[in-house]
Design a protein around this ligand. Structure first.
Ligand code: FES
Ligand SMILES: [Fe+2]
Length: 314
């Protein structure tokens, strides 16, 4: 369902279904006036709760005229919507692991991709990074991820973790840190699935033999946020951040990171297209392996959520 998002006078966020309940004009084609949005077709006005507060062509405003509204807040540079009842919205569920985005000592590049694929494909893609050595063989050149990672499952997250002991440093990590490509250092790669919309990836690096004035510890974070558009379309927002390596050419770095994610998107879209046209899709199956454990847990978690919603709605 398309959503219209607007700022109220105090700067806070309002989010409504982008469909005027009068004749279904997109409210996003209207105008924001103070704390309300006015439909661009016949001028009905709606507040942040979705209540119609003015029908210009008559004096009486029927209370039945309502548009769906979402609880919305802005945090860490993103707008977060709560898909359920507004009163149940719980901002504490926004992972505080993203708080580094407010920390000026971290340098980040941000990007967006429109993906012709399901949001869970993007989740699963970033929960199994054994694809580095193949899909990103020519770009990332991180060739040492050859084993399935450890996986930890809690109520709050699904986490993978992989330790690389004194492993040669790929250029993607070495160059921003001013290290020699191929230098053996310790690296911990971990990542978390927090919800169907939020994943974070992390690389914490430790060089036990730093150069004079060189970095001993340095880190990288990658955020993957997904907003479903339809079963086969997703808004994909990403951030790639590091706590070292300023100054750098931000535009060139963003273009480089974006080109890496293009490799993921190309593969995700190809698999989504194949799923659609496979004539044997009723009986064909996927085979999961140990490296898929985090992704399979995420699938299970989403299936549980869907089931709970169905039961609650019944
Ligand atoms: S469609 Fe919005 S006021 Fe008529
Ligand atoms: Fe990837």
């Amino acid at each position: 369902m398309p959503i219209v998002i607007f700022r109220k006078e105090d700067g806070s966020i309002a989010a409504l279904i982008d469909r005027c309940p009068h004749r279904w004009a997109p409210l996003s084609m209207g105008e924001v006036e103070g704390d309300r949005i006015v439909c661009g077709y016949h001028g009905m006005a709606f507040d942040e709760t979705g209540r119609c507060i003015n029908v210009p062509s008559q004096r009486h405003t029927p209370s039945a005229i309502q548009v769906g509204a979402f609880a919305a807040i802005e945090r860490y540079g993103f707008i977060w919507l709560w898909g359920g009842e507004r009163a149940d919205a719980d901002p504490s569920l926004i992972p505080e692991e993203l708080a580094f985005l407010d920390n000026p000592s971290w340098h980040s590049v941000w990007g967006y991709k429109s993906v012709k694929g399901n949001y869970m494909q993007i989740k699963e893609n970033v929960l199994d990074l054994t694809h580095f050595a193949y899909l990103h063989a020519k770009s990332l050149k991180v060739a040492d991820w050859t084993d399935a990672p450890e996986v930890e499952v809690t109520d709050r997250f699904i986490k993978y973790k992989q330790e690389f002991k004194m492993s040669p440093l790929a250029a993607v990590y070495a160059d921003p840190a001013g290290k020699e490509v191929g230098k053996p250092i310790n690296r911990t790669s971990w990542g978390c699935y927090y919800s169907p919309s939020v994943n974070i990836g992390a690389v914490d690096m430790h060089d036990p033999n730093p150069e004079p004035n060189g970095l001993e510890r340095f880190a990288l974070r990658v955020i993957h946020l997904t907003t479903p558009v339809s079963p086969l379309a997703t808004h994909y927002f990403w951030v790639w951040a590091r706590d070292h390596g300023e100054p750098y050419d931000v535009d060139a770095y963003r273009a480089y990171v974006s080109s890496v994610f293009d490799e993921d998107v190309t593969m995700i879209e190809a698999t989504a297209a194949l799923c659609q046209r496979a004539p044997d899709q009723e009986k064909a199956r996927e085979y999961s392996v140990a490296a898929d454990r985090a992704a399979v847990e995420a699938r299970r978690r989403v299936a549980d959520l869907v089931q709970r919603e169905r039961v609650a709605a019944a």
